[in-house]
Design a protein around this ligand. Structure first.
Ligand SMILES: *Cc1c(COP(=O)(O)O)cnc(C)c1O
Length: 388
């Protein structure tokens, strides 16, 4: 048995130089939709790409190793990944989800509930009594998103996983915001890890994709069967690009979070900022939990601008270097206004309960020079009404 490699090595080199026919160093891409049978009643390891594809399998194997799971399925979006996990919970299952989850996840849970397919309880994971009450109602699945989007609240995965196990529920963690470079939920007790590979894993804002990693082999097999049945497996070309992105995951994330820390400190000391939500700041309410379960604070943060809609508009129109766009985790820095963008469809009341204010801005910090990132934000502050 080969010695298990450090995760940096797995990301950079899993599957490298494994090509038999031509000894290609970079694993080749197999775009073919179908594979020839060797003969009558003699199919090979691959028959049809919806079911299985070598390029997609290489990405799945690499991500599964990075997350420490038994295996993974690669699907066509992060939303498909969340939906695959919901399907595993079974008909009518009760699902516990964070009230401040990703807007698309919120919409999916509500839609599946409206169709009568699941029961869903949205809870504030920071409220122990509310969580305990939800857990007492025989949930099949507990969905954790940590750090949460966009408020960067941190959930103690180990503690919640233990509570969920005690009532027979499975635990899924959406690890999109940190990636396995900074957080490995299976080691903390999760049964499933969900990724929008669109974000940090691909990292170059040119693929929409998803992945689910399972701790147990039986769950991997059940998911592989399901994604073939419903036909949501990822495309080979997207898998190829995503694996190319994964090669530099650690280098990107380590650099991007150093930039994010600098940005968080700058915002934290700015008079026109009411609050900064970044788990790397000692003032963050979940700083200690984050330090316990994360290898770093990540490259996502949000902050509340002092003022109302006029200030938000002036800031996003004046800001430089950060592009006004949804999504996150790419090499380029982005700014988003959750109330009118990512979380608009959640509705004003649900946003209020979740604490997502109208002056909240979310940043995905990229690989640009720190000085340029700060200068870009300064341009936004300079554009505020009343600024000199
Ligand atoms: C983007 C995102 C999703 C959805 O992923 P898509 O690839 O856009 O479908 C799910 N969860 C989180 C935390 C996300 O950021």
């Amino acid at each position: 048995m080969a010695k298990p490699r450090d995760l940096h090595t797995v990301a950079a080199a899993n599957g490298v130089a494994s090509d038999k026919p031509f000894r290609a160093v970079t694993p080749p891409i197999y775009l073919s939709s179908t594979f020839a049978f060797e003969g009558y009643e003699a199919g090979g390891p691959y028959e049809y790409t919806r079911t299985a594809n070598p390029t997609r399998d290489m990405l799945a194997g690499t991500i599964a190793k990075l997350e420490g799971g038994a295996g993974a399925v690669i699907v066509c979006s992060g939303m498909a990944a969340v939906d695959v996990v919901l399907a595993q919970a079974g008909a009518g299952a009760r699902v516990i989800a964070p009230h401040d989850c990703y807007g698309g996840t919120y919409r999916l849970l509500e839609a599946r509930h409206r169709l009568g397919q699941i029961e869903v309880t949205f809870v504030d994971f920071g409220d122990g009594a509310v969580l305990a009450d939800a857990l007492s109602r025989a949930p099949k699945l507990v969905l954790i998103e940590t750090p949460s989007n966009p408020l960067m609240r941190v959930v103690d995965i180990k503690a919640v996983a233990a509570q969920a196990k005690a009532v027979g529920a499975k635990v899924a963690v959406d690890n999109t915001f940190l990636s396995p470079a900074l957080q490995r939920p299976i080691a903390l007790g999760a049964d499933f890890v969900i990724h929008s590979t669109t974000k940090f894993l691909n990292g170059h804002s040119d693929v929409v994709g998803g992945a689910v990693i399972a701790a147990a082999e039986a769950d991997v097999e059940a998911m592989a069967e399901w994604v073939n049945i419903v036909g949501v497996t990822g495309a080979p070309f997207d898998s190829y690009l995503t694996l190319r992105g994964v090669r530099t995951l650690f280098a990107r994330v380590e650099r991007q979070q150093a930039n994010a820390m600098a940005v968080a400190r700058f915002l934290d000391s700015h008079p026109r900022v009411r609050a900064v939500h970044y788990p790397g700041l000692p003032s963050h309410p979940d700083h200690a939990v984050a330090q316990g379960q994360q290898a770093g604070a990540g490259a996502m943060l949000s902050f509340e601008l002092a003022g109302g809609p006029a200030e938000v508009r002036a800031f996003v129109e004046g800001v430089e270097v950060f592009t006004l766009a949804e999504s996150l985790g790419g090499v380029e820095s982005l700014i988003a206004h959750p109330a009118t963008m990512t979380h608009a469809r959640m509705g004003i009341e649900a946003r209020r309960i979740a604490g997502i204010g109208d002056s909240l801005l979310r940043l995905s910090v990229g690989l640009e020079a720190e000085a340029d990132l700060i200068a870009g934000l300064e341009a936004g502050f300079a554009a505020l009404p009343g600024a000199r």
